[in-house]
Design a protein. Structure first.
Length: 473
């Protein structure tokens, strides 16, 4: 076993690697919200962390493991790989498929849940935008996915939008730079897979809409091309219009990208300048918020929190009638605004939304209350209203079930009025707050269709140390 993360995942070593994944009977198996997968996937809870274990051919397992490590090194939104297990055998020496183990992403949701919970009209554009951003991010770093589908990604709420995370990298390839043909082919695959997935949902009556799934999927290609052009295209202007250079950088920042390197060329014999972004990275607002506060959140959440921080800084400067440094303002915002809100969330509501998303929605709620009242509503009053009327009716979006892995029953999650599982069937875990500084790469989970439990008798054979599976990292 090779461990990939800087964190200690030693608990993975004593899992029952000598059994096929479908026959595991470990009491640490749990159920998690997820989508579909062509492979067997089980979830296990170790030391307060949930891991997804996916069973697949040794060669593919090693390839996916390597791709996920490279994506983590490039700070891409993908699952955090924990280890890869190869050369597995039963106690009788029969070969077994390998396995890739990844950390499950807290508050990550499959697209089927979002379509049912939030409705088609609210989810459609946000899913397309999130998918387009993910593809652009991958292509900028030279990754060709080759198997995008909504089911191969998980989504986290991001201040009214969604952020997509890659959870299946077995078909991915890394190149120095993708050609236009490679990019277009990857997008064509994405469009075809999205159209097929949505058509299946419509045909099965799981999504009620008159919209053509093909038309919806084609919007992904349009959104991708527009975003790619804004991020990478050349722009030419007169030498007395240098303000347009700064304007281009600001437009990139508004999209959540940083241009850390620009090519600026003066055209010979012409009074004109040509610029082209060379090194572009997503996460402009997230990096600024992390630098000021240590909070690591989604990009749109970071933008929203930064706006609140800047507004609070302006209030403080107005009251003290003197400038306030950005660092001091950030510290006061953390200790006087954000942390008091998070600490005030009732324990039984802690799993409804991740803290940054809850704070964003709280700011929206307080604004509407103040507008209706005609004056600023106090934080105490706004929090009580938010917890009771917004947070409490929501279903849990951070779920851990006691039963072994099966398909998550979406029906009771689709509306607050639906009945949850009875006592003893489920438990909700608040876990570590996601606003705490992260010490590793992106966290993630894997997705799959319904598992089938095996009913084999207990194996009684033993295994020599030299015959143990190889677990890589």
């Amino acid at each position: 076993m090779q461990i990939a993360s800087r964190s200690s995942y030693s608990g993975l070593i004593d899992l029952d690697w000598s059994r096929p994944l479908g026959r595991w009977k470990d009491p640490r198996l749990v159920r998690m919200a997820r989508g579909r997968s062509r492979h067997m996937v089980r979830f296990v809870e170790l030391e307060g962390k949930v891991f997804a274990v996916k069973e697949l051919d040794d060669r593919l397992a090693v390839k996916e493991y390597e791709m996920l490590k490279e994506m983590a090194d490039s700070s891409l939104p993908a699952v955090e790989v924990a280890c890869v297990v190869v050369k597995r055998t039963t106690p009788d020496g029969e070969p077994l498929d390998g396995a890739v183990v990844t950390r499950f992403l807290d508050y990550a949701l499959p697209y089927t849940y979002l379509l049912r919970r939030d409705g088609w009209s609210q989810s459609q554009k946000r899913l397309i935008d999130a998918a387009a951003v993910l593809l652009v991010q991958l292509h900028l770093e030279g990754f060709w996915w080759g198997d995008f589908s909504l089911g191969n990604a998980l989504f986290r709420r991001d201040a009214g939008e969604l952020r997509a995370y890659l959870v299946d990298a077995e078909t991915a390839e890394r190149h120095e730079k993708l050609s236009d043909g490679q990019r277009r082919y990857d997008v064509d695959i994405a469009v075809e897979n999205m159209a097929g997935g949505l058509a299946d949902l419509v045909a099965g009556g799981k999504v009620k809409t008159d919209v053509d799934p093909i038309d919806v999927a084609l919007q992904l290609a349009e959104r991708y091309e527009a975003l790619w052009a804004e991020v990478t295209s050349e722009e030419e202007f007169s030498s007395d219009e240098l303000w347009r250079l700064e304007d281009r950088v600001r437009r990139l920042n508004a999209l959540g990208f940083d241009a850390s390197e620009l090519s600026v060329v003066s055209l010979v014999g012409k009074d004109r300048i040509r610029i082209r972004p060379l090194v572009v990275e997503e996460g402009h607002h997230g990096r600024r918020l992390a630098r000021l506060t240590g909070i690591n959140v989604q990009e749109n959440q970071a933008r929203r929190l930064l706006n609140d921080l800047d507004f609070y800084r302006a209030e403080l400067e107005r009251d003290r009638r003197a400038p306030l440094s950005e660092a001091i303002a950030a510290h006061r915002w953390m200790t006087e605004r954000f942390e008091p809100f998070v600490m005030a969330i009732p324990p039984d509501l802690a799993g409804r939304l991740e803290p940054a998303e809850a704070y964003h929605q709280y700011l929206e709620h307080r604004w509407f209350l103040s507008e209706a009242a005609g004056h600023d509503v106090s934080d105490a009053e706004a929090m009580r209203s938010f917890f009771d009327s917004v947070l409490r009716p929501r279903p849990e979006e951070k779920l851990v079930f006691d039963e072994p892995t099966q398909e998550l029953p979406i029906s009771w999650l689709t509306s607050p009025s639906d009945n949850p599982p009875t006592a003893g069937q489920s438990r909700i875990r608040a876990g570590t707050s996601s606003y705490e500084p992260s010490t590793s790469g992106s966290l993630g989970g894997s997705t799959q269709d319904e598992d089938t439990e095996g009913n084999d008798p207990e194996d009684t054979g033993t295994q020599d140390t030299e015959d143990r599976p190889v677990i890589s990292g």
